[in-house]
Design a protein around this ligand. Sequence first.
Ligand code: PLP
Length: 366
Amino acid sequence: MIPFLDMKAAYAELKPELDAAYHRVMESGWFVLGREVEAFEAQYAAFCGTQHCVGLGNGLEALELVLRAWDIGAGDEVIVPSNTYIATWLAVTAVGAKVVPVEPTPAGPNIDPDRIAAAITSRTKAIMPVHLYGEPADMDAIMALAGQRGIKVIEDVAQAQGARVRGRRTGALGHAGAHSFFPTKNIGAFGDGGAVTTDDATLADRLRVLRNYGSRVKYVNVERGYNSRLDELQAAFLQVKLRVLDDWNERRRRIAARYDDRLSGIPGLGLPRAPQWAEPVWHLYVVQTGRRAELMKALEKAGIGSLIHYPIPPHLQQAYADFALPKGAFPLAEKLADTVLSLPMGPHVPESAVDEIAAAVRDALS
Ligand SMILES: *Cc1c(COP(=O)(O)O)cnc(C)c1O
């Protein structure tokens, strides 16, 4: 049996360090907004190459609070990918702004800068590119478009911690980067967690107020804030995970390269192709096939886990039924939803498993 993702392996490998972190926090008697969060914020900002990092409750709130901090709301438009996890859209609609979905590049999976230009209006306040599957979006083109017009750019880095564009980390490429530390992400906590990275001191300060009830000084509330805080235990665990992030991303790269090799030349199977300028971190290894149901069934029979990221694009979700965006409104996103399949990927997938999975795929499609 090869599971899609082995969630116990991270603890097994880092048990002494994680247990030490646990005991340090438990014995400190301090659990929310303290030394561990401050230490992680400093380390993670240094890792990403930004001036500031603000630890938050989760990735969705990281996206939402940045929009809130920029005073984006009703009457404003935010450009989002048509092809993304629904969280990207939820952050925009949560602040009352209008989502303006833009299709991916023909090669996929990320938002197409050429189509962004056509979607910009006088109401466009922000662009929210997502580095889907760990592959960076075309940030150079997006920042050029935004810069000419004074539009803010917030990266959704939930799937791409450690990835680079021409040597610079995701999360440091836009005006702000929103990160998720959900357990399955490339740097995962053991519970929920999130953060924003930025060079903008004003934004970082506003986020620190917003995450803590709109308060800078205890019981003095300068605005209507939230409760969205990374906790001390998760921050202590994340310091351990951060020390291995580059190494674990390198392992993912090796797995991806092995998949590329073992899966090449299978008729009707599309393999992921990152652009030359991108250094992806392979959050997922996603293939495309018109015979997906058949392939999934064959893999399941062989005891191999696979998942679809994502089977229904946001515009076709019941959650957005009131937008009345019909089937066919975003054909590229819909095509991806119908054909993508994620194969087992992670820092603990053995090379022998890749060979076994590739052989099963070849069998099923040949
Ligand atoms: C996981 C994820 C999020 C949300 O992160 P949470 O911490 O689960 O709230 C946002 N965007 C994308 C692309 C994600 O994959």
